[in-house]
Design a protein around this ligand. Structure first.
Ligand SMILES: [Zn+2]
Length: 262
């Protein structure tokens, strides 16, 4: 896979993942997008212990620090707090705790990694097309504003690999839902071909961020389509695993040099 200005592909001994060079100027921050890679890794279900231990060891973090919400394509964002590992019916987590790795599992859906370098807080938001319709990105940023005093103008956001417009083909029923949710944006994000519609769901999410005051230059888009790269990145529509549906693992954390997460 070709690296681009926002993404570097790392093929490690234990797992393959993407890292984001633009974040390296923040030493307290860790962020990674673990993919299937050449070794066929996947991150679902949670009982696939071996997979999580591989990426954890590769990144130098403890598997026990991984925190994964029970994703259900909701718009619910919860604060990750000390001692609580289970977040039911939750599709986004935020925290200012160090040493905990916020995770979301995706294959075509968008993971947005959020970082407030001023107030030292992070978020990880799962925004698939249902989450995009419910504007969970908006909820995620608002939650950080409310809990940590985040200034959206200072917020850094990474858009992980996801299905992109050329492959996100929908019928009129889904198009109509987008039109209802984004009346001012619908023409910009839609291309029609025959009776099919192609929607730029990434743009819907970045538009939401911009409406809240996030700066365009602080949005770091991986610009990678999961379907186009399904041999290396787990994809739902581009699935090459038959009946099995595998996920990638988006991760963000604040390092704690006194604890296990280095
Ligand atoms: Zn594609």
């Amino acid at each position: 896979m070709q690296n681009n200005r926002n993404v570097r592909y790392v093929s490690g001994a234990l797992a393959d993942y993407l890292e984001f060079p633009a974040l390296e100027r923040y030493p307290e921050l860790g962020a990674s997008f673990a993919v299937r890679g050449t070794k066929g890794y996947h991150y679902e279900p949670i009982s696939s212990e071996a997979n999580y231990s591989g990426i954890s060891a590769e990144l130098g973090i403890h598997e026990s620090s991984l925190t994964m919400p029970v994703q259900e394509h909701t718009a619910n964002v919860a604060e990750c707090i000390d001692g609580v590992k289970k977040y039911e019916s939750t599709d986004g987590l935020v925290t200012n705790m160090r040493g905990v790795v916020l995770c979301t599992k995706v294959a075509d859906c968008i993971s947005l990694l959020l970082y407030d370098p001023i107030n030292h807080a992070i978020g990880n938001i799962h925004s698939g097309w249902r989450g995009t319709l419910q504007k969970i990105s908006d909820n995620g940023v608002r939650k950080m504003v409310e809990l940590y005093g985040t200034d959206p103008a200072k917020l850094i956001c990474v858009i992980c690999p996801s299905i992109r417009q050329d492959h996100f083909e929908v019928d009129e029923d889904v198009y109509v839902l987008f039109k209802e949710a984004y009346p001012d944006l619908i023409d910009e994000v839609t291309r029609k071909s025959g009776d099919k519609y192609y929607i730029d769901s990434v743009r819907c999410n970045t538009w939401l961020l911009e409406q809240l005051g996030v700066k365009v230059e602080n949005i770091i888009d991986s610009e990678l389509c999961t379907v186009c790269y399904s041999s290396l990145i787990n994809s739902y529509r581009g699935n090459i695993d038959g009946e099995k549906q595998y996920r990638n693992l988006a991760m963000i954390w604040l390092r704690d040099n006194n604890k296990e997460v280095k």
